[in-house]
Ligand binder design. Structure first.
Ligand code: FE2
Ligand code: FE2
Ligand code: FE2
Length: 442
């Protein structure tokens, strides 16, 4: 599913650090609920510091760091239906299971899935060795402890003043909820003021980077593409209404780019931009995205922030500048009527123009639960009108029209594939939230 061959272009110029990608994804997930702040990153820092103080081996350290920074990734499908902190209490294991399902779909992250699946299992005086008839990785208990410490520490404006109370609360639950070995390591560490102050530092990303086990690991192009595809799965997992949209835009943009003579490297990058273009939508209530009727002007204004937020997140990834720019410009129009920059004509790169056409084309042709996709001839009429109005690039639209059957077949195939990937996730998510509801895609 994730294979992609690159035959030309020196890829040595294309270097992306794994840490940058992981950090950006964690930032994107935090958009779901601003009240949650950097919960995952802070939990990661707490877990990592406890692990370091215990001198655990390198492989275990990488496991706990990677699992902690994404531990609530499964809450995406539930976030709009349950308050973010409520999900921890009502059925904690559901989001943990969903998170493990998502992570196991990406080869680079599948190693974190077992820890995430068990991150709310109580130690329960040793019964926490097993959960749902399976063994529980020991480090899940560290992750659970770190998560609870973060929740207790959240929002405290005098963290050093509150720290003794937090330590006492945790110690009281040693053996019942938490593994005593980890509580002991935490109790020692908690005596350092820096432990608490680091958690709430404005330089949290830098502190994490300094202790990250994958600092200076570069991703190759194929891994990069897999990563972007994983982002798309996460974005699309949130809504049935625009499900698989990112995959459709990605393949459409890549195919148009190849017919316009872009290099193999650029084609791959534009495919990434397609996967990532709606990343900022994680900050938009899914109720807006799923509404059949029109949005109020204020709601619409909020939706228009999403492509800017896409750039905001991606710009933190060094080496991905052009991908970030193309992705962020998918709502720009040649006559300046687009957003968020209102760029005109020559200010828009070829990549940005392709993204705009691929986004409109995919939105028109894909099926939504409330309507079938438009037939190719009607789509062509729509695109021609937008060219005449000076909104879309005529060369890009001409390339799309010339290769329409190939592009349409590729788009349908890519979206069907992603639909299959999302299906298990949705079935579990929907039934977990409302057992009476039937999954929409079977
Ligand atoms: Fe959780
Ligand atoms: Fe959490
Ligand atoms: Fe968009």
């Amino acid at each position: 599913m994730y294979s992609h061959q690159i035959t030309s272009d020196p890829v040595s110029t294309f270097r992306i650090q794994l840490f940058d990608m992981i950090c950006a994804l964690s930032t994107a997930l935090d958009l779901l609920d601003p009240a949650l702040g950097s919960h995952q990153k802070r939990t990661c820092l707490i877990a990592a510091q406890i692990a370091r103080s215990m001198n655990i081996d390198d492989a275990s350290y990488q496991d706990v760091f990677g699992a902690a920074i994404f531990h609530d990734i499964g809450a995406i499908g539930l976030a709009d239906r349950l308050a973010m902190l409520e999900f921890e209490e009502t059925d904690a294991h559901t989001h943990a299971r969903l998170g493990a399902m998502l992570l196991s779909r990406f080869p680079g992250f599948s190693r974190y899935a077992p820890l995430v699946r068990c991150h709310h299992v109580h130690w329960d005086h040793g019964k926490g060795f097993f959960h749902e008839n399976q063994g529980v990785p020991m480090l899940s208990h560290l992750l659970y402890l770190a998560d609870r410490i973060e929740v207790l520490a959240q929002g405290k404006d005098n963290i050093l003043g509150e720290a003794p109370e937090i330590v006492a609360q945790i110690q009281q639950l040693s053996g019942s909820k938490f593994h005593p070995v980890y509580v002991e390591a935490f109790s020692k560490l908690a005596q350092q003021e820096s432990f608490w102050l680091d958690i709430f530092s404005n330089n949290l990303d830098r502190i994490l980077m300094d202790i990250a086990p994958f600092d200076n690991i570069d991703l190759d192009l194929d891994q990069m593409l897999q990563f972007a595809q994983f982002f798309a799965l996460v974005i699309d997992s949130r809504s049935h209404f625009t499900a698989t949209h990112s995959a459709g835009v990605a393949i459409t943009a890549e195919t148009i780019a190849s017919h316009l003579g872009m290099s193999a490297l650029e084609c791959t990058k534009i495919r990434m931009a397609g996967y990532l273009h709606d990343l900022g939508k994680l900050a938009i209530p899914s109720e807006y995205i799923e509404r059949h009727g029109s949005l109020t002007p204020k709601e619409m204004a909020r939706v228009r922030s999403h492509s800017y937020l896409t750039l905001d997140i991606l710009s933190a990834i060094k080496g991905l500048e052009d991908v970030a720019e193309w992705a962020a410009c998918h709502h720009e129009r040649i006559d300046g009527s687009g957003y968020p920059y209102h760029r005109t004509g020559a200010e828009l790169s070829l990549g940005a123009r392709i993204m705009a056409v691929a986004d409109v084309y995919t939105a028109l042709t894909e099926d939504r639960p409330y309507r079938a996709g438009m037939a190719p001839l009607a789509v062509v009429r729509n695109l021609d009108e937008l060219v005449q109005q000076g909104k879309l690039d005529h060369i890009v639209v001409a390339a799309l029209k010339q290769h329409l059957p190939q592009i349409e077949a590729a788009r349908i195939h890519a979206q069907e594939q992603e639909g299959l990937d999302l299906n298990d996730f949705w079935q579990l998510a929907i039934q977990a939230v409302n057992p009476m509801t039937q999954p929409m895609f079977e």
